[in-house]
Design a protein around this ligand. Structure first.
Ligand SMILES: *[C@@H]1O[C@H](CO)[C@@H](O)[C@H](O)[C@H]1NC(C)=O
Ligand SMILES: *[C@@H]1O[C@H](CO)[C@@H](O)[C@H](O)[C@H]1NC(C)=O
Ligand SMILES: *[C@@H]1O[C@H](CO)[C@@H](O)[C@H](O)[C@H]1NC(C)=O
Ligand SMILES: *[C@@H]1O[C@H](CO)[C@@H](O)[C@H](O)[C@H]1NC(C)=O
Ligand SMILES: *[C@@H]1O[C@H](CO)[C@@H](O)[C@H](O)[C@H]1NC(C)=O
Ligand SMILES: *[C@@H]1O[C@H](CO)[C@@H](O)[C@H](O)[C@H]1NC(C)=O
Ligand SMILES: *[C@@H]1O[C@H](CO)[C@@H](O)[C@H](O)[C@H]1NC(C)=O
Ligand SMILES: *[C@@H]1O[C@H](CO)[C@@H](O)[C@H](O)[C@H]1NC(C)=O
Ligand SMILES: *[C@@H]1O[C@H](CO)[C@@H](O)[C@H](O)[C@H]1NC(C)=O
Ligand SMILES: *[C@@H]1O[C@H](CO)[C@@H](O)[C@H](O)[C@H]1NC(C)=O
Ligand SMILES: *[C@@H]1O[C@H](CO)[C@@H](O)[C@H](O)[C@H]1NC(C)=O
Ligand SMILES: *[C@@H]1O[C@H](CO)[C@@H](O)[C@H](O)[C@H]1NC(C)=O
Length: 749
């Protein structure tokens, strides 16, 4: 009881526990930690492996006589002192010009130095000029890390007539003047000059002086007007910081984050970019080292304010608390201890009541905490169930897919990865939901698909996609890394494909010009290969059902990656076709499937034919900018070939003398894919092999393709009404859900 009541001095630390994830940048324990008289704390060090990065290099010169001398970096700035508060004290030279007795200029020096990462402290230093008709300049460059580097010039004038007119200790313009240093100063030079020659004041002031100096380290004395000619250097304080990020940015990468110690905190540099670390309050040590911060024992160091007589000091991590010593008890106010009196009955009853109340309060809050927690768990569980978690587990088990690639992410993980679904991370958006770019803790970049709603059908599609993708391992199919079921809407995590969709590349004018025929052919061959793999090489054939250019993603090398398996179906081996709801995207939709609702692999072949036609012509699969009869690219394309107008419709970018035969060959293949009767179309395997052959043969001349002689059987009488249905919003980026869901035509045509 006494213990519990007496915690008024406890300083608990909240949120200060940033645990170091990995301690990769630990300095070598064999590093020299001193150079001469200077102790060198990490992140500074004298040799590679001992410092955090090269800006923290201290060069120790052992060659000079006596004690070794430390220099900043490889430069010539001697280091006096390094403090972990972000300050570094160096020696900087003095600028002067001197005259002889008859007033002739004799000699002079400039001073200044240049820093790369560190800044001249603007709070600790002053630019100072000494002399009796002296002007002094400082000019340099200012870099606050935000805008570009700016030039800076300032100066002051010092005048005096007689030696006695000067005040000791006050730098007021008589014999001495000072100006402040700007924030962010990275380099400077100083120069001095005189309005008069020094012949009149030579006796006590033969020279003009100018220098930057730590304010506390210099007190003006009138004797300095003469004696400074024998002094070379003054101490200057620099501000140092780690890197050029602010704390929030630095904390994103725990590998490079410098505040390694538990109980350490980050704070932004106040002079230029970068950040620094400090041990949390109540701790002491070097926050840049793992285990660098240790608890201060306030009790044994007499830093507590416990009353010696009635109280005992107790140390705790980051603080301390006082409790009553023997023979004392908590007094009524609860803030101090008083000598125990014989317990009367009343007191013990009061004590009993207060204990009871306390127990009630503690118990109550515990119960409410438990209830809250249970509610949260229930909600997560409900989402898990609602999102088909059970179905997924079951399906994954029954298919025994390569489950090891399939990771279940927690909601928190994905929240962190996307910066709480920040708008700036959105890379694709459409009717189906949103795709975010995310960065996992191991710095892997991923695409996270957040579906919009979760009605039951879409949940099934979602589960479907997970199950289908776990069956697939192909270089031209987007890899699913995992999913998250704990949130209201299910989330899918994919590898991040950097270069957008094929549709973007074909239809965006600036991109399409760099999409050469060779690249287009490669993309077609890779896509065909992926589809052939889906049809023939997986344990159960997979029909993609929504092959289109927005579902083909490209990486930086234009490697095709087929995506969006939301509509795909696994076909049990004993069946060759499935009767399903017609589903797909207009323009790509197989007319036979549309009429019969019979789904076979040949539907994908048709859609692929449209993709190839799109690659060849650069036109959209369905465009309302074309006359009505030509709206549908497939029909337009086939009828153009039939009428021997292929050359007119090919994309101008890709046609040249040497590849025309190859283009005809591919156009012919596309035409075969677009045949109305599924069984007349080639299989995806044949298509893939033919395209593969073409890419391998490269520029070899080809025999005349038989486009013009072959009879075409493409039916141009697809009911016009089927293309008058509102096609809804077109989607871009990572499409997830099919654009249209169509019920089969009820008259069974
Ligand atoms: C460490 O310091 C000693 C002298 O104190 C010196 O001889 C030695 O070369 C230093 N080692 C390194 C790696 O700088
Ligand atoms: C190092 O410290 C000793 C004793 O304090 C002093 O005599 C010596 O001048 C110092 N050396 C340097 C290089 O500061
Ligand atoms: C070390 O000090 C000696 C003598 O002062 C000097 O000649 C030499 O250039 C210095 N070396 C470095 C690396 O600064
Ligand atoms: C160096 O800095 C530390 C901490 O600020 C201080 O205790 C020490 O006296 C300083 N040493 C010199 C030589 O200025
Ligand atoms: C001062 O310097 C000038 C030029 O160098 C020289 O002619 C003159 O003799 C010097 N005067 C004295 C007093 O040294
Ligand atoms: C310096 O100034 C004095 C008077 O102000 C003058 O007599 C003298 O000639 C000047 N010396 C030079 C070198 O200009
Ligand atoms: C500058 O001239 C003065 C007076 O002649 C002389 O004492 C001093 O050594 C000279 N300084 C330099 C750096 O040449
Ligand atoms: C800053 O100064 C440098 C050298 O003194 C000069 O080359 C540069 O043009 C200046 N920049 C601006 C913006 O004035
Ligand atoms: C001025 O300062 C100097 C050296 O710091 C000292 O010798 C002198 O006595 C001081 N004079 C006055 C008037 O305070
Ligand atoms: C920030 O630091 C990185 C790595 O040290 C460097 O590549 C980059 O140029 C720096 N940016 C600025 C603005 O200094
Ligand atoms: C994180 O820091 C490490 C070490 O500096 C670096 O190798 C890695 O590229 C960084 N990751 C990111 C995403 O910046
Ligand atoms: C550091 O600066 C950033 C950006 O200005 C700010 O968001 C952040 O809160 C600052 N952090 C600290 C610890 O001051």
């Amino acid at each position: 009881m006494a213990f519990r009541g007496m915690l008024w001095q406890q300083k608990l630390l909240f949120g200060a526990f940033i645990l170091a994830a990995t301690a990769t940048s630990q300095p070598d324990p064999n590093c020299n930690k001193t150079c001469g008289n200077l102790s060198i704390p990490y992140p500074f060090g004298t040799t590679e492996g001992c410092y955090l990065d090269s800006s923290f290099l201290i060069t120790c010169n052992y060659t000079s006589a006596g004690t070794p001398t430390p220099f900043l970096r490889k430069g010539d700035l001697p280091v006096l002192n390094i403090s972990l508060d972000g300050e570094l004290r160096i020696l900087s030279s003095i600028a002067r010009d001197c005259y002889n007795e008859s007033g002739f200029f004799v000699n002079g020096t400039y001073s200044g130095f240049s820093l790369s990462k560190f800044r001249v402290s603007y709070t600790r230093n002053k630019f100072t000029a000494i002399g009796c008709a002296t002007y002094a300049y400082i000019s340099g460059e200012v870099d606050d890390g935000n805008s570009e580097v700016k030039n800076y010039t300032a100066g002051c004038t010092s005048v005096c007539d007689t030696f006695d007119s000067m005040d000791n200790g006050s730098c007021s313009g008589i014999g001495c003047c000072q100006t402040s240093i700007p924030e962010g100063l990275i380099d400077f030079t100083t120069a001095v000059g005189s309005f008069k020659n020094h012949s009149k004041v030579y006796r006590f002031n033969p020279c003009d002086f100018g220098f930057v100096v730590e304010e506390k380290a210099y007190n003006f004395s009138r004797f300095d007007l003469k004696s400074l000619q024998f002094r070379e250097t003054f101490p200057v304080v620099l501000d140092w910081a780690v890197g050029n990020d602010t704390c929030p940015d630095a904390q994103k990468n725990l590998t490079s984050y410098a505040c390694k110690a538990a109980h350490s905190e980050c704070y932004n540099s106040t002079n230029g970019p970068g950040y620094r670390c400090k041990c949390s309050s109540g701790f002491l040590g070097n926050p840049y080292l793992p285990d660098g911060c240790f608890d201060i024992d306030e009790c044994s160091n007499k830093l507590d304010n416990c009353d010696n007589k009635s109280q005992i000091c107790n140390n705790s991590p980051g603080g301390f608390y006082c409790s009553c010593s023997e023979g004392y008890e908590v007094d009524g106010s609860g803030t101090s201890c008083r000598a125990k009196v014989n317990q009367s009955k009343v007191i013990s009853i009061a004590l009993g009541i207060s204990i009871g109340l306390l127990a009630l309060v503690v118990g109550g809050s515990w119960i409410s905490w438990v209830l809250k927690r249970r509610k949260l768990l229930k909600l997560k569980e409900r989402f898990f169930k609602q999102n088909g978690g059970l179905m997924l587990q079951q399906k994954l088990l029954s298919h025994r897919g390569s489950v090891k690639t399939d990771k279940i992410f927690s909601a928190k993980e994905l929240e962190n990865a996307t910066n709480n679904y920040d708008k700036s991370r959105v890379i694709g958006q459409g009717g189906y939901g949103t795709v975010y770019k995310g960065v996992l803790p191991d710095n892997k970049v991923v695409a996270i698909k957040k579906s919009k709603i979760s009605d039951q059908r879409q949940i099934e599609q979602f589960i479907n996609e997970v199950v289908v993708l776990t069956q697939i391992n192909h270089r031209n199919v987007v890899k699913l890394l995992g999913c998250c079921l704990e949130t209201e809407v299910p989330l899918l995590v994919y590898e991040f494909i950097t270069n957008g969709t094929l549709s973007d590349h074909i239809h965006n004018k600036s991109l399409s010009s760099s999409l050469s025929w060779e690249i287009r052919l490669k993309i077609a061959a890779e896509t065909a290969g992926a589809l052939a793999y889906l049809h023939f090489s997986t344990s159960m054939p997979i029909i993609h059902r929504d092959v289109k250019t927005t579902n083909i993603l490209l990486d930086d090398n234009y490697m095709a990656k087929v995506s969006d398996f939301g509509a795909s179906r696994l076909v049990p081996l004993d069946q060759t076709q499935l009767t399903t709801l017609v589903q797909g995207t207009f323009g790509y939709l197989d007319p036979e499937y549309f009429h019969t609702s019979q789904l076979t692999e040949k539907s994908d072949v048709y859609s692929f034919g449209v993709v190839v036609a799109e690659l060849l012509t650069g036109n959209e699969a369905l465009s309302f900018n074309r006359p009505e009869s030509d709206r549908n690219l497939a029909m337009y394309f086939v009828s153009a070939i039939k009428e021997d107008r292929l050359l007119e419709i090919l994309d101008n970018h890709i046609v040249n003398e040497s590849n025309i035969e190859e283009l005809k060959e591919v156009a012919n293949l596309a035409k075969r894919c677009l045949r109305v009767r599924g069984e007349d179309r080639p299989s995806m395997k044949e298509v893939a092999m033919e395209l593969e052959g073409l890419t391998v043969m490269g520029k070899h001349p080809w025999g005349k393709a038989a486009i013009y002689t072959e009879e075409t059987e493409y039916l141009l009488d697809v009911p016009a009404h089927s293309f008058n249905i509102d096609v809804g919003t077109s989607t871009t980026g990572y499409d997830s859900m099919p654009n249209q869901l169509l019920e089969p035509l009820d008259d069974g045509r």
